[in-house]
Ligand binder design. Sequence first.
Ligand code: IVH
Length: 670
Amino acid sequence: MSNPSQRIKELTEQLNYHNHLYYQENRTEIPDREFDALLKELEALEEQHPELKEPDSPTQRVGGAVTKEFATITHKYPMLSLGNTYSEEEVTDFDERIRKTLGDEPFEYVCELKFDGVALSVSYQNGVLKHGVTRGDGVRGDDVTTNVKTIRSMPLKNVSGTPLKDFEIRGEVFFPLQEFERVNQEREDIGEAPLANPRNATSGTIKMQDSAIVSSRRLDCFVYGLLGEDLPVESHWEGLELLKKSGFNVSPTSKKCGSLEEVMAYIEEWEHKRFELPVFTDGVVVKINRFDQQKRLGNTSKSPRWAMAYKFEAESAQTLLESISYQVGRTGAVTPVANLKPVHLAGTVVKRASLHNANEIERLDLHLGDTVNVEKGGEIIPKVTSVVLEKRPADSTPVEYISECPECQTPLIRKEGEANHYCPNEQGCAPQIKGRIEHFIQRKAMNIEGLGPETIELLLKEELIKGPVDLYELTYEQLIRLERFAKRSSEKLLDSIQKSIGSASFPQVLFALGIRHVGATGAEKLARHFKSIDALMNANFETLVETPEIGGIIAQSIVDYFTDEQNRAQVERLKTLGIALELSEEETANQSNALEGKSFVVSGVFSQFSRDELKKHIQQNGGRVVSSISGKLDYLVAGDKMGPAKKTKAEKLGVNIISEEEYIQLANNA
Ligand code: IVH
């Protein structure tokens, strides 16, 4: 066996190489499983020989270290801000000021997008990542190095062969939009409030104490600046090129512009095209290219004279805050919503805006009757950004947050450290019950078709059901009496309710229960591990946390759920109905590890499986079903009628495209 130090070096080099391929070049040369095996080997070696663990080890990417309090670091080069404008005239003025200072000297601009994330400074010493620091007040920021190291595209060590040794980079950390949606979908599945918008989520995430969570959120960073003494480049553009060559993630959207006209054309181009990017942008940054010219132009105390930001028109409007309503979700979390006098905003009429929670109302110091600014920024739902104080009526009163549930009048509670208020009346509060039913019937759960929100509301109103399980006791006579139901629709609904009894698998049923923090994936893991609801119900906290990938929060939530008598009674009723509450013999027998470590995307129509059956088959055999094609994907199982775009993308990324037959062979042979 080679000596550990030698092996650690080899592994580090290989892992860095593959990380770089994956994150910067969007391709892979080895399957996921092999990559994970290399990483595991390295982790094990580092554990045995802690003295050999390098600060730039790729094992840092997975996080794990917990920071109690971030140290403060003084920036070597202060982090300035940028002069902002919304008008093209001011860009022209900027150009004129530059000409005045530089005289007849020729100069160039570099235009870049202004990414809407969180500014970051990262310093390297002798080519190794030393510190990642937030902007803070521009002079001092927080040392968030452990979190920065989880950003896969941020080199822990400068690629060899480039001249950069001691330097700093500046960049913008962001939540890739797809990733943001994924995290929010997961949160919704487990009954947690969604993250409000990518920017705030980024700033919250980069300052989290537990770097393992940061790692799971897969932040990214566009690098837009290089700083240092005696740099081997003379201009910003050359700096960007060198950063690219050195393995940094430089956005390909930057452009060198020789004239003001080209700058304007760039602005115009990106005003629309920016929506195609994986990150929100809120403007264009125009920079003078040559460093010596930048130096001559100098800085004011706050911002450089050699750069400015043109901000895209924030899509905002002023309108009246008429009232506030409070929505209660499936888990009892209360969300305040502003009811506005309808106003046109970015192509739609806005009547409501999100207010998030009581802290936000307090921060805005909202009064009823206030005129407020509403924006459609980085989020889908518009939000109230500020109050127009000059327009506040003299007799207005501050908004007072409710203390009782608007639906069932139960006093609200607010848990220590949480921003949301909750209604604790789980069994008696209508929207919570409705939410639980909607959760229960969804496709990933019991998959009961033909039961929309209005019908659920009607059934609740007519007191035909009180909870999800009552659906199974509905009768034709009850339905046909209802306004919206005719013979066919009644039969159809009863039929799809009955169908769910035999077709939902145990993991689906477990997910359907809506145990807080147990999403579809969690339910799958619990079901495979415990094999039956009885085993799960009887497991104590200690047994639960020992389950692979089940943490303390989920374990506690399961214990809490089954401590409640009503929940246990509900499970007993499901049992009587014959709903799957354990893995079937077939499922247990069919379980294998044949596809362990492999990821699959399933697309198109198949002859031997339905698409969902195929996905289930993959999971039962240890494979992972993912939704999007990336360079890291192992297989695309292609059925009939698969979209051509998927195929092209898979081909481009070198993903194995296999047919249904080839899949079956793979599952049997592996
Ligand atoms: S250059 C001294 N370039 O905008 C100039 N900044 O007010 C330093 N930002 O918080 C900034 N994209 O985080 C620059 N391509 C880009 C940028 C960018 C986003 C942010 C930056 C800073 C703010 C400037």
